[in-house]
Design a protein around this ligand. Sequence first.
Ligand SMILES: *Cc1c(COP(=O)(O)O)cnc(C)c1O
Length: 419
Amino acid sequence: MHNTISTRHQNLYLEDVALDDIANQFGTPCFVYSKDAIRQNFMAYKEALGDQDHLICYAVKSNSNLAVLQTLADLGAGFDIVSGGELERVLLAGGDASKIVFSGVAKTATDMRRALQVGIHCFNVESETELALLNATAAEQDKVAAVSVRVNPDVDAKTHPYISTGLKENKFGIDINLAPEIYQRAAQMDNISVVGVDCHIGSQITEIKPFIDAMDRLLVLVSELESMGIRLNHIDIGGGLGVRYQNEDTPTVADYMAELLPRLEGRHESLVMEPGRSITANAGVLLMEVQTIKSNGLNNFAIVDAAMNDMLRPALYQAWMDIQPIKHNSSAQEATYDVVGPVCETGDFLGKGRPLAIAEGDRLCLFSAGAYGFVMSSNYNSRPRAPEVMVDGDKTYLIRARETITDLVRGEQLLPTGS
Ligand SMILES: *Cc1c(COP(=O)(O)O)cnc(C)c1O
């Protein structure tokens, strides 16, 4: 899985760069991404799709660094955005506006205006209110907004409840049974053009079946719409496959497409996909340094300089992420550690019960940190956010500088004295 990570002379390398050299140059904590891994992961989708008419819209929310977006834009990717901020990022990175799909539960009129102005591919509409607002906003500009309705197919993605989004009880999308009515109304609106249907059933899905079940339900809806005289141009199956963090048995994109594509054979609609995690997760790592080792008689703690503000997944989803020393330490004894950050929360851990041969001052690598890592980071405990570095062969590029104290207090104001 970490196919751009290798061990050379008992040192971890990302492509042709020793992670220890990166830590020396940029300090810790530090996110590092492999350009080649991003490319390979994107190309796996392209290749598996073969002759199928398609648009791969990378889910920007999984990693929105400009250089990451630029790498994907250069490969011809489209983008799935969920905010006006993500729209501007894609444009700044050289992404093609006509390949953008705009997801998100409640888009604002301001975001809609801008997206209409730059001419995105389509709005994935999630409610009737949003549809009406979009129609009115497009009318202001004398434009016609291309629309897909995000339906909720009510399938169980069998993933963590916080990232399961396709069940009836979730806030996302429109009940698939109510969709035909909404399509009918949309088709009658002057400034709306109905072009597609979409769903997104969740993230970190490690089985193919839920995706296929969702597609089958979408296809029933598509036929129903056809019989009503509404013909769609595309079907958007949402996010991509789950990835291997530990020992999950994850299907390949080729396995997935081998089951999905026969469903679309002979159909005119193109297939849209919105993969995020599977493009970036295993293309990135988070480097950190052991500050203190301590024991309370029950647990050994390795307190590192990265924390939940840098990588929230373990605290938020009890996610398991691999942690390994970046350099072999022959004088350290193996012990079982809870790897924790310095933030004042008991939930501030990166890994629990990990066998590691480490000493204070050693550097560790947290794997699979390229997706939902930096993008979810915060300044909690007034910790400046970590830098991001891109490796390309034997070259390294700083693609986001470590935040400074000036960055930390940017925009803040003291009250006038004596008030
Ligand atoms: C988060 C999200 C995605 C990306 O999901 P991954 O599991 O990262 O591939 C795609 N589409 C929508 C609407 C999303 O919310």
